[in-house]
Write a protein that binds this ligand. Structure first.
Ligand code: F0G
Length: 482
């Protein structure tokens, strides 16, 4: 939290930046929004951005850049090989993470493809605190099987556990005892655990995980895409780290890792990704894949301009004012939802504010995609685009039965430094109205269902005329308001 106290009224998160470039937004009338949602097959991924008021789909590649990031982009050295831009980025990562070697990739999942191809052995297990969609897809594609060893509190939607993203260390030990270390390709730990609501892990937890890995000769692979939020939340919540600088906490974490990979669309507020390691043998093994799938070793599919922006963005990640903005807005939004009894994930984490669709629309079964239906309804009544994170984001089993998700969430992502407090207040107001009228929300069914990552392109339809009823009720309560 910013250290600023207000004299009158409650403290609100105070922006430690000012807006210097803006983009005009459109807010369509609700009838047009309902039409746009229908045309997009009730899948918020398929909406056109011109029809969206607040784009809270993701924090990926849409964070606001700083003036210094933009300035650095003009300085890019775009030689194919031996670019000075690459050297600057590599040196920054060595300075912050203590990793001598860096391999650039075009985005996070490209790093996952390469690590999985190189290290996932067929019929082995990859234990992790929780999966991410693309991480699981690449591991499975290479014949591995993920095993989630989260702590019990991870799936408690409302909790005051500060580190719901922690790995259960006893479960890790038991898994290794049961299967043997040779049946495990590596252990994966994800910062700011995306799919359970942007929940952090602690420094103590990664230290313990590394100790177990070392005892069994296993590599610890760290997904640092959501590291910035996790760093802020560690400083807020882990007593032993309260007096440490963000830079020091970063090193405490990265010193435990054999491989660190990330999406630079999130970490560093740019675009691209990469893999960092202190081990020469790992670097030598992975670099062949970079040249095959990504590009030459000094750009790896990234634009050199984005590399310059990333170098500056990584340095800015060490600034508490910069990395606290997202989690502080999320905390504020979560509090506003709680005051209006809207079911929301607690404690607030990073990435975004997460609504609990299982409770919000508790009259819908998981086979009717409650989180997908809620995301569609939210867009219709507000122009806010969130993302389904529930059963629709899972893949069907081989026999065609649904894989019911542990949680049915609608993520309202908070791209960093993008929205103002009045915009977030608007979103809360509309969604609180929707909660009061939640019985109007009906289910969805697939019309067109892709086999792989179906949530991206799948088209659905409403199982009744509930969207029309929702529009009518909105008009009744809001008159001719947009
Ligand atoms: N790991 C995590 C934890 C992520 O959140 C993401 C992306 C990736 C890996 C893949 O990175 O998109 O650059 O290929 N998450 C985005 C999201 C897509 O919206 O949550 P990428």
């Amino acid at each position: 939290m910013t250290k600023i106290k207000f004299h009158y009224g409650d403290d609100v998160p105070l922006e430690m930046h000012k807006v210097r470039i803006v983009q005009k937004l459109n807010l369509l009338p609700i009838e047009e929004r309902a039409k746009a949602m229908d045309e997009a097959g009730y899948n918020t991924f398929l909406l056109q951005n011109r029809d969206v008021f607040m784009d809270m789909l993701t924090d990926s590649g849409v964070n606001a850049m700083s003036d210094n990031q933009q300035a650095a982009m003009m300085n890019a050295d775009d030689s194919y090989a031996g670019s000075a831009t690459f050297t600057r980025l590599e040196s920054k990562l060595e300075e912050l993470f203590g990793t001598e070697y860096f391999l650039p990739t075009h985005q996070g999942r490209a790093s996952e493809n390469i690590i999985s191809q190189a290290y996932v052995k067929k019929d082995t297990i990859i234990p992790m605190n929780y999966h991410f969609t693309t991480s699981k897809a690449h591991i499975t594609l290479n014949g591995g099987k993920i095993e989630e060893i989260y702590i019990d509190e991870a799936l408690h939607l409302t909790s005051d556990h500060p580190f719901k993203g922690n790995m259960d260390i006893d479960k890790l030990k038991n898994l290794i005892d049961k299967h043997g270390a040779d049946k495990i390709s590596y252990v994966r730990l994800e910062a700011g655990t995306n799919l359970i609501g942007g929940q952090p892990h602690s420094v103590e937890n990664i230290r313990e995980a590394k100790k177990v890995c070392d005892e069994h000769g296993l590599m610890l692979v760290y997904d640092a895409s959501l590291l910035a939020d996790n760093l802020h939340l560690i400083k807020q919540r882990e007593a032993a780290c309260a007096d440490m600088s963000i830079r020091e906490i970063t090193r405490e974490i990265t010193d435990q890792c054999d491989i660190i990979y990330f999406s630079a669309r999130k970490l560093g507020s740019a675009r691209g990704g990469g893999i960092s390691t202190k081990h020469k043998d790992v670097y030598m093994k992975l670099r062949e894949y970079i040249t095959l799938y990504e590009g030459f070793l000094t750009y790896g599919g990234m634009s050199v301009r984005e590399m310059e922006a990333l170098t500056v963005g990584l340095e800015e990640t060490m600034d508490e004012d910069v990395i606290s903005q997202g989690p502080n807005f999320i905390k504020h939004m979560t509090k506003q939802f709680q005051e209006k009894n809207v079911p929301v994930i607690t404690p607030p984490g990073g990435l975004g504010c997460h609504l609990n669709a299982m409770d919000f629309v508790d009259h819908l079964s998981q086979e009717e995609y409650p989180a997908g239906a809620l995301a569609a309804a939210i867009y219709i009544i507000s122009g806010v685009r969130g993302m389904e994170r529930g059963t629709m984001s899972e893949a069907r089993q081989e026999d065609g039965t649904e894989t019911l998700s542990h949680m049915e969430l609608v993520r309202l992502a908070m791209p960093r430094r993008v929205f103002t407090l009045s915009q977030t207040t608007y979103a809360v107001d509309r969604i609180a109205w929707l909660y009061e009228n939640r019985e109007l929300i009906g289910g969805l069914e697939f019309e067109e269902e892709p086999d792989v990552l179906r949530f991206f392109f799948g088209r659905l339809k409403a199982t009744s005329d509930w969207p029309e009823k929702l529009v009518a009720k909105f008009r009744e309560d809001f008159g001719d308001s947009l």
